[in-house]
Design a protein around this ligand. Structure first.
Ligand code: AMP
Length: 685
């Protein structure tokens, strides 16, 4: 799969890049933080002498803050003339207009110019101990060849290329090759089914797909090319599929398929970077909302890259020479911002993790930390909870002394998991950063660090806004809650460069979802609590979106699939607290009157449908047949009641007076009790 290295490509110099990382720790510890050593731009900010003043400045002088950061940290082909032109109430978000740049140049060429042999990627393959290192020079060469190949096959500026690949260097090169030639990319998580992939290809109107013959994960082979074949059947726009060889196994090729590595070798190692406007599209990334249709969030060039770079540098305290280990898949926003764009914009060394936390055994992460000498580890609470159950000895077996910061993302981290992460994995010496953000925000928005080095970190709390972020809580009437020790809908009151600009092909939906609920504010869809001290803790989604093992899925998306089953009249899906996954999926199903099917058979059938139409992670953990669903008089399903039944919190059912037929609830409670005792009996030996 690896291309030979040829001559170094054309480099675009950036004198600025050398100023990226300046150690500030010497300045710390001697009392107050030396802000200018911490962030060179801050030297020019009047009256800023400590961290909290810097935070205040970034919010109250947002334009000066972001202009200085953009000038210092990005390499521009031509400078921007307007820092921002935003109106949240109309969903208008523009940053750094007039500026021209190329994202791949920012992630590659300028580092090749200063340190060509520095390792950019460490591909931690599924088989432990078989990692592959790729230098900046090699990655630039790979990107250029691939950019030229795409161009030869007609891909041009403004097109959108769908990438369906596991984490690997060629996936990163594919993303950067798109950026190089001015095409947008649409990475689809390689766990999604053929139908889910097809829906995303069609919506993005891609004529080009990039994939691998097979993926390898947890010792198992996954037939990605076959999934793509099935998907493109229903995608008339697709003209070509590039296939990289992850395994030796040959796959059936059709007239539209191109063997990627073979063709790349015929290409030149120099590819002229496209000149892009700050607000041209960099990528689409689909995520679930509260309707059945996933939304393709649009991120643009300069603002996104700057925000990913700045958060990566400061949240994790990433310094030159560190090895950054984000174990998220590149198919999610975390993989985009913290496996690829943030670390590469900062000239860092980033790990691409292809495996699972328990392959070949539950020591995998920590063995990898020891072997690759990882300094920052960024993972999901679901994996931490799983590993905690296997016991401390899997952690103690390995040397973790290189670790400096531990990060958590994707869902709330419960106190037990946080404490274990901190005291067992980090030996009590590494700050744990519980980072809150979402596909829409582009990068981390609430996080315990950066802050003064001795500032407290409270377990299970994201705590503090990042630079330029001004969170507010709203009450149910849409009024801003100004006091502390209060909960409300989490909004952000002013734009920041990393935020999504729109939903592909549906700006109206963008406005309705994020801008209209609280006019003038960006509505996140999450609820939050602000403590007495003013720290933020995320309390969960306020809409019908659930978070399974850190992966977002809309209940409506699952219901749409369940309702396609010929036996099903209607269904209601809810998320409930789950030990390992954070939230599990539970489906209540009403059958058509003529149908007679056992719960267990129905459950198998529905699981099969969900895994074929969406992905395995979205499959219900429980399916319960009911006569009717609890609905209000206006016909709205009361999911709150269903959730309480599944969580066995019958005292918390709340006000049932608006129910059309309160007897439905009693039936559901009894049905749930019977089903649970039946399942317990089956589990007994
Ligand atoms: P996604 O866009 O798929 O990354 O999902 C974003 C959602 O995950 C957020 O809206 C939250 O509901 C949840 N989330 C992400 N990070 C955290 C966190 N640190 N604490 C609590 N929930 C989180």
């Amino acid at each position: 799969m690896w291309l030979r290295c040829g001559c170094a490509s054309k480099c675009v110099a950036s004198s600025l890049s050398r100023r990226f990382f300046r150690s500030y720790f010497h300045a710390l510890g001697r009392g107050r933080c030396n802000v200018a050593a911490f962030m060179p731009e801050a030297a020019g900010f009047q009256g800023v002498s400590d961290h909290s003043a810097l935070q205040d400045f970034s919010v109250s002088n947002s334009e000066s803050f972001w202009a200085a950061a953009a000038r210092q940290r990005l390499s521009w082909i031509s400078p921007f003339h307007t820092v921002q032109d935003c109106d949240l109430s109309r969903g208008k978000i523009k940053w750094f207009e007039g500026g021209k740049l190329n994202v791949s140049v920012n992630c590659l060429d300028r580092h090749v110019h200063t340190c060509p042999e520095r390792v950019a990627l460490i591909w931690e393959r599924d088989e432990p101990g078989s990692e592959v290192k790729v230098t900046y020079r090699q990655l630039l060469e790979m990107t250029c060849r691939l950019g030229n190949l795409l161009k030869r096959h007609g891909v041009k500026k403004g097109d959108c290329v769908t990438i369906y690949m596991p984490p690997c260097p060629l996936a990163v090169a594919s993303m950067l090759a798109c950026a190089r030639i001015g095409a947008a990319h649409n990475v689809v998580f390689a766990g999604f089914s053929a139908e889910a992939l097809a829906e995303r290809i069609r919506d993005a109107q891609s004529s080009t797909v990039i994939t691998v013959n097979q993926a390898v994960r947890g010792g198992k082979v996954i037939e990605l090319k076959k999934t793509v074949d099935a998907a493109v059947h229903s995608c008339p726009t697709v003209q070509q599929v590039f296939v990289a060889m992850r395994t030796e196994h040959p796959v059936a090729m059709t007239a539209r398929d191109v063997l990627m590595e073979e063709e790349m070798l015929k290409e030149d190692v120099v590819c002229e970077p496209a000149v892009m406007d700050s607000e041209d599209i960099l990528f689409l990334l689909y995520t679930s909302g509260s309707t059945g249709k996933p939304k393709g969030l649009v991120h643009t060039q300069a603002g996104y890259l700057l925000y990913a770079a700045l958060t990566h540098r400061y949240v994790f305290s990433y310094h030159d020479g560190d090895v950054f280990g984000c174990v998220a898949d590149i198919g999610w926003i975390t993989g985009h911002s913290y496996s690829v764009y943030g670390p590469l914009a900062n000239g860092g060394t980033t790990v691409l993790f292809e495996s699972t936390p328990i392959y070949p055994d539950p020591g995998r992460y920590w063995e990898m930390v020891q072997r690759l000498k990882i300094n920052q580890f960024y993972g999901a609470p679901t994996a931490i909870r799983l590993l905690l159950k296997y016991g401390d000895h899997w952690v103690h077996k390995y040397d973790r002394s290189t670790l400096k910061t531990l990060g958590s993302v994707g869902e709330p981290i419960n106190t037990e998991a946080w404490e274990w992460y901190h005291s067992v994995v980090g030996d009590g010496r590494c700050p744990v950063v519980d980072t809150w953000w979402q596909t829409e925000t582009g990068g981390i928005c609430i996080t315990p660090r950066p802050s003064d080095p001795d500032a407290e970190i409270v377990p299970g709390m994201a705590m503090r806004p990042f630079f330029g972020i001004k969170p507010v809580l709203m009450d149910t009437e849409g009024k801003v809650l100004s006091s502390n020790h209060t909960s409300g809908a989490l909004c952000i009151s002013q734009p920041w460069p990393g935020m999504a600009r729109t939903i592909h092909n549906n700006h109206q939906r963008f406005i309705e979802t994020y801008c209209q609920p609280h006019p003038g504010y960006f509505f996140t869809g999450d609820g939050a609590y602000r403590s007495k001290e003013g720290y933020y803790q995320i309390t969960g989604r306020l809409d019908d979106v659930i978070n399974v093992s850190g992966h977002r899925i809309g209940t409506a998306e699952i219901e749409d699939v369940l309702n396609q089953c010929s036996a099903v009249a209607e269904s209601a899906v809810i998320g409930y607290s789950h030990d390992i996954k954070g939230q599990g999926v539970y489906a209540f199903v009403v059958l058509k009157t003529s149908e007679d099917i056992q719960e267990a058979d129905l459950s198998l059938q529905l699981n099969d449908m969900v895994s074929k139409k969406i992905a395995k992670y979205a499959c219900p953990d429980g399916v319960q047949l009911v006569q009717r669903l609890p609905k209000t008089r206006s016909g709205k399903i009361m999911r709150r009641v269903l959730r309480k039944v599944v969580e066995r919190d019958l005292n918390g059912l709340g006000d049932l007076s608006t129910l059309d037929d309160p007897a439905a609830v009693q039936e559901i409670i009894e049905g749930h009790r019977e089903l649970s005792s039946k399942q317990q009996q089956q589990q007994q030996p």
